[in-house]
Design a protein around this ligand. Structure first.
Ligand code: NAD
Length: 294
């Protein structure tokens, strides 16, 4: 199977390497960043233009920042979609607005091209060791055919429904993670201000009902005053914007998401856009005048 992958950033580069490790060695790649392309070509892929990818590949993958980039690459002037063969397939692995994912799928369907939307969770470490979680939307038979390809990059590949369902699931994931981080920051600030060591609070409650993957990953970072990403504030703002936009389109209010968005926006405005999202603790430190870090 000839595969094209467009978007070789933090996530796309290790995913390209895992595709080849998994046996999909006939791989064409493209990115605006020439250094990233050179790195993946050195690992065994071939550099190609978007047109060459569209014309020659059975499967086109994208791992781009957001909806506008995916739309431009697939449907824009000289977009890949215009060159794809009927019967070929497009899988977008970026985290985008599900409304846009459905729009792209509808346009490609006019050309006889199938689409899955298949965002991931797990971040760079899991992209490197090939243990990402894929949340997939699209037809069952298309999912069944391409699940083995995604499985070279992930430990979990779950179909959540029709096209758009993958990104809707990812938005649910991002809402839960953001609200958990804010709750954790608020609770640890209270503990410190009331005179209880946040590290001991973490140790005492992590095994109970409040314990979570988010708590295990982010409490140590908050306590150590470590805001190195991880997952950047600006990427989370992008995801929550998509969540709010999608929610308003389908008529759902998201009051908690709207509030945590303002905290992230505060960080962004203070040049914290590239910090880890656990830097939400800095908002509470600013409000209370305490420092959580030991
Ligand atoms: P990134 O910014 O590191 O990579 C994006 C890549 O796309 C860059 O190399 C950029 O040059 C390229 N690009 C942009 N526009 C392009 C175009 N028109 N043509 C060709 N290439 C283009 O981002 P990332 O961290 O790899 O994230 C990619 C997607 O995965 C995002 O939607 C993100 O939300 C999602 N995601 C990221 C993480 C994470 O921890 N980084 C985790 C889960 C999901």
């Amino acid at each position: 199977m000839k595969i094209g992958l467009i978007g070789l950033g933090i996530m796309g580069k290790p995913m390209a390497k895992n595709l080849m490790k998994g046996g999909y060695t006939d791989l064409l790649v493209s990115d605006l960043n020439r250094d990233s392309v050179a790195e993946i070509v050195a690992a065994g892929a071939k550099a190609a233009t978007n047109r060459e990818i569209g014309e020659s590949c059975d499967l086109v993958l994208t791992m781009l920042p957001n909806s506008p980039q995916v739309e431009a690459v697939m449907l824009g002037e000289e977009g890949v979609g215009a060159y794809m063969k009927p019967g070929s397939t497009f899988i977008d692995m970026s985290s985008i607005n599900p409304v846009n994912a459905k729009k792209i799928a509808a346009e490609l369907a006019k050309r006889g091209v199938e689409m899955l939307d298949s965002p991931v969770s797990g971040g760079e470490p899991k992209a490197i060791d090939g243990t990402l979680s894929f949340m997939v939307g699209g037809k069952q038979e298309v999912f069944d055919k391409f699940k083995p390809v995604l499985a070279t990059m992930g430990a979990s590949v779950v179909r959540c429904g029709d096209v758009g369902a993958g990104n809707t699931t990812k938005l649910a994931n991002q809402i839960i993670v953001a609200c958990n981080i804010q709750a954790l920051a608020e609770a640890l600030t209270l503990a410190r201000k009331a005179g209880v060591d946040p590290q001991l609070v973490f140790e005492a409650i992590r095994g109970g009902l409040a314990g979570s993957t988010v708590m295990n990953a982010k409490a140590p970072m908050m306590i150590a005053a470590n805001d190195k990403p991880g997952f950047m504030v600006d990427l989370h703002i992008k995801d929550l914007n998509n969540a709010l936009d999608c929610a308003h389109t389908v008529g759902v209010p998201l009051p908690m998401t709207a509030e945590v968005m303002e905290v992230l926006q505060w960080l962004h405005n203070r040049e914290g856009g590239r910090k880890d999202h656990s830097a939400m603790i800095q908002y509470y430190e600013h409000l209370t005048g305490i420092e959580l870090g030991r």
